[in-house]
Design a binder for this molecule. Structure first.
Ligand code: 13P
Ligand code: SF4
Length: 353
């Protein structure tokens, strides 16, 4: 039987949403979204489904239908342990794929088939194989923002939340760290390493194997969102608001993270705003996350630069989430041979704790 939204359900949902989101979402839209939320929650029960929502989801989705919210690492852990029949991943494709890799007996759905990621598409499995052939024996650390075939060529995955810990766990001077060149530079700074690129490796160009030690051999992938934030943006905001505390995601350039007061994963940024009282914060990351913080903590003043948006995350809407549950689309699958090898690289990361 198809679930139907009752009026009582609708009224209480709308009231809750109004309390939290009235300052962020105009009322006529809130009413429409409340209708969608009621239907989604009923279809969730019908399908024995859970919704995992990344911190970048719009507030009317993030604060209503998501059973668990978090950064890539937290959602990966949650996906690994859920016993729901269906996981609807409100995030981008590599995240949904990761959920399928680690929990293959669940049906994993992503509400849009257009939610990619510039980092994930920047590198292919054959690129990693070439790097491994050029640097035999050097461990490969791959950012979780990558596709399954790339993870399958990887020794250990990392996220923005645990990259330093993962690198330190390897106890080696040289690491292939791919595909985000800025994350590589930010983590290299924290772990006392230098970043070089294969095409300009001074050691392979006559500089001698020991000319530079403690290196990350990286790749020219970038997040199309975070690469746009500049030191100039920070200076101009500081000029207007001298007491602002600036938080930058580690996918921002090393110059931007150095000019900021704090850098960490999306959840680390949220925790910082919750725990460290400041007159106002500037978030250098996808702007929806600022809305989510404001909705949960109306006493916090959060500045965000909303002309810079992730075109992939915003594909995920309440409408498409409802359609995903009703029509069981878009199902994510990974060929078993690739899945098993990719899973090993994720399991090694999760074992680090
Ligand atoms: P987090 O793991 O910090 O949530 O980052 C994911 C992401 O895609 C940031 O752009
Ligand atoms: Fe990928 Fe950047 Fe969008 Fe995150 S914000 S999903 S890294 S394109």
């Amino acid at each position: 039987m198809q679930p139907t939204a009752t009026t009582a359900n609708y009224e209480s949902t709308y009231k809750r949403m109004h309390q939290m989101l009235a300052k962020l979402v105009p009322d006529f839209e809130l009413r429409e979204k409340a209708r969608l939320v009621v239907e989604i929650n009923e279809w969730k029960r019908e399908r024995n489904a859970i919704i995992l929502g990344h911190n970048y989801m719009e507030p009317a989705l993030y604060h209503t239908v998501a059973d668990f919210t978090g950064d890539s690492l937290e959602l990966c852990r949650k996906a690994a342990t859920t016993d729901a029949d269906v996981i609807v991943f409100c995030g981008v494709e590599f995240m949904a794929e990761t959920a399928k890799i680690i929990n293959p007996t669940r049906k994993v759905l992503i509400p849009s088939n257009r939610a990619g990621c510039s980092l994930a598409q920047s590198i292919k499995a054959e690129d990693v194989r070439r790097l491994k052939a050029r640097y035999p024996g050097v461990p490969v650390v791959t950012y979780i923002n990558s596709y399954a075939d790339v993870k399958a060529e990887t020794d250990i995955c990392c996220t923005s939340g645990n990259a330093v810990k993962v690198v330190e766990s390897l106890d080696t001077d040289t690491v292939i760290f791919i595909p985000d060149e800025y994350l590589a530079q930010n983590v290299a700074r924290e772990t006392g390493k230098h970043v070089i690129f294969p095409e300009t490796d001074p050691r392979k160009m006559g500089g001698g194997e020991t000319a530079i030690d403690k290196v990350f051999i990286s790749w020219h992938g970038k997040c199309e969102v975070h690469e746009k934030f500049t030191v100039d943006d920070i200076s101009r905001v500081r000029q207007q608001f001298p007491d602002v505390v600036v938080l930058a995601h580690p996918e921002c350039s090393p110059e931007v993270t150095a000019a900021s007061d704090f850098s960490g994963s999306t959840s680390a940024m949220i925790k910082y705003v919750e725990n460290v009282k400041a007159p106002r914060y500037l978030l250098l990351t996808e702007c929806a996350m600022g809305d989510n913080i404001i909705a949960a903590h109306p006493d916090r003043e959060v500045l965000r630069l909303c002309s810079i948006r992730c075109p992939h995350m915003k594909q995920i809407t309440l409408e498409d989430t409802l359609a995903a549950l009703k029509e069981l689309k878009y199902e994510v699958d990974v060929p078993e041979e690739i899945r098993l090898r990719a899973k090993a690289s994720i399991d090694r990361m999760l074992a680090i704790g």
